[in-house]
Design a protein around this ligand. Structure first.
Ligand SMILES: Cc1cc2nc3c(=O)[nH]c(=O)nc-3n(C[C@H](O)[C@H](O)[C@H](O)COP(=O)(O)O)c2cc1C
Length: 170
């Protein structure tokens, strides 16, 4: 499998068809998150996979009416179970741990021929209420996954290599 090709061709879905996701496919996607690296292998995460229409509808309201939340086959709420680990470099590990898990799920979704959209635009308190997430936990992101709808994603270019990469020194 050409990972770089998948990475280059992936785009944030602008719409989904509303089709459900095959349970075995969804299992593999969630497993990709489970297998992601985390600081000290603490795995302080919980992935709440939501497929029920009534829950997705409530989550779409909490996401300011984003239709993708309703039409995705599954919306995964990427949650912490503990936010207190600080790495020896002084940085909190949970945003990074959860980002890796999310990225792994995104790429597995791509390799299954599905599309995804990362969403940070939602009212966290409402999402917690809908999904009965304990209030001490965070819902760091939503990952909407499904079959890509008709609205074509915009191709947003990336900075060239020589702007973002240097060798040996800044
Ligand atoms: C942490 C994070 C939060 C994001 N939140 C949103 C969001 O709320 N809504 C949205 O449409 N896209 C969201 N995105 C997607 C980015 O806008 C998108 O990845 C970026 O514009 C590049 O486009 P591409 O993914 O199609 O290449 C988010 C991405 C990241 C990494």
């Amino acid at each position: 499998m050409d990972v770089l090709k998948l990475i280059r061709e992936r785009r944030t879905a602008r719409s989904f068809t509303g089709e459900p996701i095959d349970p075995e496919v969804l299992d593999r996607i969630l497993d990709a998150g489970r297998m992601a690296p985390s600081a000290k292998n603490r795995q302080a995460w919980r992935f709440v996979a939501v497929q029920k229409s009534e829950l997705k509808a409530a989550m779409a309201d909490a996401s300011y009416g984003d239709r993708r939340v309703l039409d995705a086959g599954c919306v995964v709420a990427i949650c912490t179970t503990n936010i207190h680990y600080t790495m020896p470099n002084g940085q909190s590990s949970y945003p990074m741990d959860l980002s890796f898990a999310t990225a792994f799920m995104m790429m597995q979704a791509e390799s299954e021929g599905l599309s995804s959209a990362l969403l940070g635009t939602y009212d966290e308190r409402s999402i917690k209420d809908i999904l009965t997430v304990p209030h001490a936990m965070r819902v760091a992101l939503l990952l909407a996954i499904g079959a890509k709808g008709e609205e074509e994603p915009t191709r947003l270019e990336r900075h060239p290599m020589d702007r973002v990469v240097s060798f040996d020194h800044w």
